[in-house]
Design a protein around this ligand. Structure first.
Ligand code: ADP
Length: 269
């Protein structure tokens, strides 16, 4: 609490009392702490690939360049770490744009059926590499209002994760279903799952259940934070259910086309 005090002086110039104002700053303190944690996390996340880039470059310059096998190995690492750095910076910029006060959606009619077919095409090769069966299922007419670029980003992030956290020969299914007032988008996988304890934390920036695994799959730890913000911007509700070693399902419930401004959007949050 912040406390301010002021005396109350009567007409006879005598002290009649004191006014104390208690200001609850818990929220402010929490925000400040979250900001500090974020800066610390970003610095750490950026430092790791940079340290590795520096180390391998210096080793090459110190003579490792002469050995063709070492040269190939180190340059491959340098190239991978540069990619990581690039995705990290990309995701950070995206997140800061999305969280910024000037962020606007380009509202249009979007057919989620078409969109999941597009995403399937884009990620088919990645799924094939792991012999994962990537499927789409459609029920009804899943048209909503939203920003096509941002919606694709949501689905791509979810499906990308589903493929990354599903062992070889598993299934990943994108499902869209028209309901009375809403359209439901589900991304279901038969992957490693997430424990009950960790489930509420996966939307936090930089939170990973398994850091090494996430790093190997090229993850930045920001994908789900981006999904959460974009779902909120669309007034959509985001849920996740999971069972360890069985699989995970992310659900995004959007208002149907025409419902966006008519109804109190809060009810979906
Ligand atoms: P990352 O870049 O690490 O994948 P995300 O923000 O996309 O970061 O996800 C946060 C964490 O949530 C991941 O590191 C992973 O531990 C967990 N996760 C996300 N999607 C899935 C999934 N489909 N199955 C299992 N775990 C998942």
């Amino acid at each position: 609490f912040d406390v301010y005090g002021a005396p109350i002086i009567g007409s006879n110039e005598k002290l009649r009392g004191i006014v104390l104002v208690f200001h609850d700053i818990t929220e402010l303190k929490k925000l400040e702490q979250a900001r500090k944690d974020f800066v610390a996390n970003v610095s750490h996340e950026l430092k790791t690939p940079v340290t590795s880039l520096k180390g391998f470059t210096e080793t090459l310059l110190a003579g490792a360049m002469e050995d063709p096998a070492l040269r190939e190995k180190f340059l491959t690492i340098i190239s991978k770490e540069s990619d990581r750095l690039e995705s990290l910076i990309h995701d950070l910029l995206e997140l800061s744009k999305i969280e910024g006060s000037h962020f606007l959606l380009n509202w249009q009619e979007v057919d989620l059926h078409e969109m999941i077919e597009d995403v399937k095409m884009m990620l088919q090769e990645q799924a094939d590499k792991k012999k994962i069966d990537l499927k789409t299922k459609v029920m009804g007419n899943p048209k909503i209002e939203g920003d096509p670029h941002r919606l694709k980003q949501v689905i791509l992030n979810l499906v990308n994760n589903a493929i990354s956290y599903t062992p070889e020969e598993g299934n990943v299914t994108m499902r869209v279903r028209e309901q009375a007032e809403t359209v439901l988008l589900e991304v279901e996988d038969t992957g490693i799952g997430i424990t009950k304890k960790e489930l509420p934390r996966v939307f936090e920036r930089f939170y990973r259940v398994d850091r090494a695994r996430s790093r190997n799959s090229g993850g930045t730890g920001l994908g789900l934070a981006i999904v959460k913000h974009l779902s909120e911007a669309h007034k959509a509700r985001l849920d996740v259910t999971s069972e360890v070693n069985k699989g995970t399902t992310f659900k995004v419930t959007f208002y149907k086309k025409g419902w966006k401004r008519k109804k109190t959007c809060k009810s979906l949050q």
